[in-house]
Design a protein around this ligand. Sequence first.
Ligand code: NAD
Length: 371
Amino acid sequence: MAEIGKVLLLAGDGIGPEVMTEVRRVMSWFEKRRNLGFALEEDLVGGAAYDRHEVPVTDATMDKAGQADAVLFGAVGGPKYDDLPFQLKPERGLLRLRKDLGLFANLRPAIVFGPLADASSLKRELVEDLDIMILRELTGGIYFGQPRGIETLPDGQRRGINTQVYTTEEITRIARVGFELARKRRGRVTSVEKANVMEAGILWREEVTKLHGAEYGDVSLDHMYADNCCMQLIRQPKQFDVIVTDNLFGDILSDAAAQLTGSLGMLPSASLGAADANGRRKAMYEPVHGSAPDIAGQGIANPLAMIQSFGMMLRYSFDRDADADLLDRAIGDTLAGGLRTADIMQSGMERVSTQAMGEAIVNALERAHNQ
Ligand code: NAD
């Protein structure tokens, strides 16, 4: 069987290895039944790497990540590591991966499977079957801009400074990802900034409009101010398809969108880098949740965020949309059948373990594949 790419598995800490085991179960099914094999490598990250090597990620692991077509990442962190110096904390391993791989585009889908619509804080009809994508610029903007700092003024007051800064290239490369995502979805992009009060927002709007006119006339483009977008996300979230925005606004909007779904155990994410000469991008796929030390080792974690992250990998790193669709369908069927891990448990449903949920997804894949 041909392997379609190299994948590095970094399970990490806490529930990371537990949910990764279920992804491997799903990957084996795809290998056997859909002829979809990967050259897999595994390595340590976070606290697990610190325990062995006294760093949260080694240079050797970074080399492997650099050579892989995609990285599947579990979660890192835990109380055991809370007193480590800042540079050695498990989370630094994750940040180094994002930074050194140049992952500037963060994709956070907010998907509400029909059977889970009641877990949202919004009314069922507003969120049922919601499927929107927040695309956040991840390596620029006000979190990195210079000057920054806290200074003391001559009169003794103190002043905090951060600088919102974006270049043409930073704007067009993220906008390009947004338009390309929209082409694989429902063909609509909403670009979000504050062009009414910020020059960086004016530039953002001009550059996105220019790129749209030059190359993406087949995609529809709207512009929205960030404050209005917050309101619209809560008022009528299904109006959106792809929202593309900067680092600061994306941070806020993606958390608001996550809450629409009501469940941390159901949220996948992807981070993408620049395309190489063959159009391939460095990429890392990971659940939004952390290592959940409060439930680690109990076999009750929800593996669906991790499994959906693998689905995103199929779609965005390997162009296997039909396989990703099959996986989404298997997840929807399993939930419709009434199986729930503890975090998404509802009355009248059947509570299952992490492993039983993984097995149920494989059974549902088999049924969907045979239809
Ligand atoms: P968390 O996401 O680990 O957990 C928050 C709550 O959600 C907990 O009650 C947990 O049990 C629950 N939860 C999370 N994922 C779940 C799942 N798949 N199934 C069922 N329940 C789930 O966030 P936290 O408690 O703030 O942080 C714990 C550790 O994880 C910290 O060390 C933190 O720094 C780290 N963290 C890592 C990442 C990452 O690796 N990307 C992200 C966030 C937090």
